[in-house]
Design a binder for this molecule. Structure first.
Ligand SMILES: [Zn+2]
Length: 316
């Protein structure tokens, strides 16, 4: 899938409903479902497929089946290749509802290729039953829109093995082909990814940083360094929870919010305005901010001293 126009960081690229959903544990027998002669209504994936309208059916059948040999795509193969992991709340039999894992097939997002430094992330919203695909950095016209099929924090050799075994391809994304650039690049990339995967877990507490004079942590430099590593590794969208394509909190936004807090706390007018502006820009693109929120950010830009923790650290 290629971008036709410039897509700003944070902007929603598309929103879509799933066309087929199955519980995560259901086994599909690929050998019996050959698309050309497909008739079985007993098979769970097939039963849902048959109920789709003909236009949607045609689109499903054009999706890739990475396990197929020539002209032998199966519905099970298409589902296994393209379905994404989602969680739904289901009735727990009179008790509280429970969260269960499902596999869901989406027509558009399924066409996104993989990158170990993807420029988009998807999120599934249970309330609206929709997936939204968002840009985690600016995407330019003609650029391919990519997602990650796997946990991108894993070392290169593990990522490539997983992709090869499940999707039958050897990843040649710019993050996997680093060894030809300079020696030691793989080890450096693996180390950076590992560090980023635990960054927020190991982060010192903001209040401790703010009020503890003895604190040796330079919280600002930690966030700036992590952002530089994210940009280099293409991991702006991933917080480090180990999930594949789905990410509830986009990582770069957490860094931006943290830098606003830190620069406000040390009363650095210039840097505070810079990061509030960045937060404003991204949140407006995300469409998550109401007019009231934007008004608050605008007020901080006009009068930084009204920021609720302004100068807290410098006072101490
Ligand atoms: Zn790769």
């Amino acid at each position: 899938m290629l971008a036709r126009s410039h897509i700003s960081q944070g902007r929603v690229i598309l929103v879509e409903h799933p066309v087929v959903i199955l519980p995560a544990g259901v086994k599909l027998d690929a050998s019996i479902i050959v698309l050309d002669e497909f008739e079985s209504q007993d098979e769970p994936c097939g039963a849902q497929f048959l109920r789709l309208n003909s236009q949607v059916k045609k689109k499903v059948l054009t999706l890739k089946d990475c396990s197929a040999t020539t002209n032998a795509s199966t519905l099970a193969g298409i589902f296994a290749t393209n379905a994404l992991d989602i969680k739904l709340q289901v009735d727990g039999g009179g008790l509280r509802s429970q969260e269960q894992k499902y596999k869901a097939l989406f027509l558009k997002t399924s066409r996104c290729n993989h990158s170990c430094g993807p420029n988009a992330v998807w999120r599934f919203d249970r309330l609206t039953f929709t997936l939204s695909l968002s840009a985690v950095r600016d995407i330019y016209p003609g650029e391919e829109i990519t997602i990650s099929y796997i946990n991108p924090f894993l070392p290169r050799h593990v990522r490539r093995t997983q992709l090869q075994s499940k999707w039958n391809f050897l990843c040649h994304c710019m993050h996997c082909d680093v060894p030809w650039t300079f020696p030691g690049a793989i080890a450096q990339s693996d180390k950076a990814r590992h560090e980023l995967s635990t960054f927020f877990k190991k982060l010192p507490d903001w209040e401790q940083w703010c009020f503890d004079e003895e604190s040796e942590h330079d919280l600002i430099e930690m966030h700036l360094r992590a952002m530089r590593m994210r940009e280099k590794e293409g991991l702006e969208g991933f917080r480090g929870s180990g999930t594949a394509g789905s990410s509830r909190d986009v990582a770069y936004m957490k860094h931006i919010d943290a830098l606003v807090m830190c620069y406000g706390a040390i009363a650095d007018d210039k840097e505070f305005r810079k990061w509030v502006n960045k937060a404003r820009e991204v949140k407006l693109a995300e469409g998550l901010y109401s007019t009231a929120h934007v008004n608050v950010l605008d007020m901080w830009l006009r009068e930084p001293r009204k920021f609720y923790v302004w100068g807290w650290k410098s006072i101490i």
